[in-house]
Write a protein that binds this ligand. Structure first.
Ligand SMILES: [Zn+2]
Ligand SMILES: [Zn+2]
Length: 311
């Protein structure tokens, strides 16, 4: 009698254990079911939540910016996914890794025929660079500028949502987070008005100003190399290729395209193909890649006809 009682109790216990295990598995499955679109909104809420806590803890800016760039990346993938699920993969056959932010832009433009403005592309490239720097390198930032940069990227994500998903990202935020964005934008608008007054009073025309890489306003005075909305200061350097003045941070290293020889661990530059500055602006890079490729082909051809074989 006692034995059968314990046997019965054991069965009950194992029945409950199985029931709890099933519940846990179901809960886990539910968690995984977050799609790209919901995931983007989730990251946006987390990003703004970090921004609201950054007054007390400056480190939160890092997570606010990383999360808002993630929102942008996921929303691009969602758009590609709606066209065809394989488009979110770098290699659509093997489907190991998903596409990068810059590859997403190329696919959205070429396959979906949705164009980004030059300003949008530049802002996305800057956001991607900043995110990578925050994850992989040392970096320094001014909290006020981090806030401006964050609002700038949130606006970019919001515009993308309205244009492509007919949904305002701002409405998808929890109420106190929405208030934070609205209030911060009002504060920035006051700074913009103040800068406009300064430019009028001092006769600083639009031709003497650049769009600021941090706050995205036409408030960066080229002569002073300073923004009058967010106080960002950055050196302007002439791109060797197009001779246009560019922000130092926008120039890309092109030394990966050069020819090197190596002895052991020592690498020696053999040919810079006429690009001794080893940096260029984003607009020039595709032309430079093309030119170096042509120079390489010509070099290989002449070496071959001179009987020296291919290099
Ligand atoms: Zn600025
Ligand atoms: Zn250039």
């Amino acid at each position: 009698m006692i034995e059968s009682f314990f046997g019965f109790k054991q069965k009950i216990n194992s029945f409950y254990a199985l029931h709890i295990l099933k519940e846990l598995m179901n809960n886990d499955l539910e968690k995984i079911k977050l799609n790209l679109y919901d995931n983007a909104i989730c990251f946006a809420n987390e990003a703004v939540s970090c921004a609201t806590r950054a007054n007390e803890n400056k480190q939160k800016w890092k997570f606010a910016i990383i999360n808002i760039v993630q929102t942008i990346e996921l929303s691009f993938k969602e758009l590609l996914f709606r066209e065809h699920f394989t488009l979110i993969y770098y290699d659509i056959i093997n489907r190991d890794n998903t596409v990068s932010l810059s590859d997403s832009i190329k696919r959205i433009e070429s396959i979906l025929n949705i164009k980004f403005s030059d300003k949008e592309k530049l802002n996305i490239s800057r956001a991607q660079k900043l995110r990578n720097k925050m994850i992989h390198n040392e970096f320094e930032f001014h909290p006020k500028q981090a806030q401006m940069h964050f609002i700038n990227m949130f606006s970019l994500a919001n515009f993308f949502f309205i244009k492509n998903f007919q949904c305002n990202l701002l409405d998808q935020l929890d109420s106190p987070l929405r208030d934070y964005i609205v209030e911060t934008k009002e504060m920035i608008n006051k700074l913009i008005e103040g800068a406009k007054t300064y430019f009028n009073e001092n006769n600083i025309s639009i031709t003497e100003r650049f769009v600021c890489p941090i706050c995205s306003n036409s408030s960066f005075v080229t002569e002073e190399q300073k923004c009058y909305v967010c106080s960002h200061e950055e050196e302007l350097i002439e791109c060797q290729s197009c001779k246009e003045l560019c922000f130092e941070g926008d120039l890309e290293d092109i030394s990966r395209l050069f020819e090197y020889s190596n002895e052991g661990r020592q690498y020696k530059l053999e040919n810079d193909f006429g690009y001794s500055d080893s940096v260029a602006c984003l607009d020039c890079i595709p032309h430079i890649e093309e030119d170096i490729e042509k120079q390489r082909d010509d070099l290989a051809y002449y070496t071959e006809v001179n009987g020296l074989g291919k290099y």
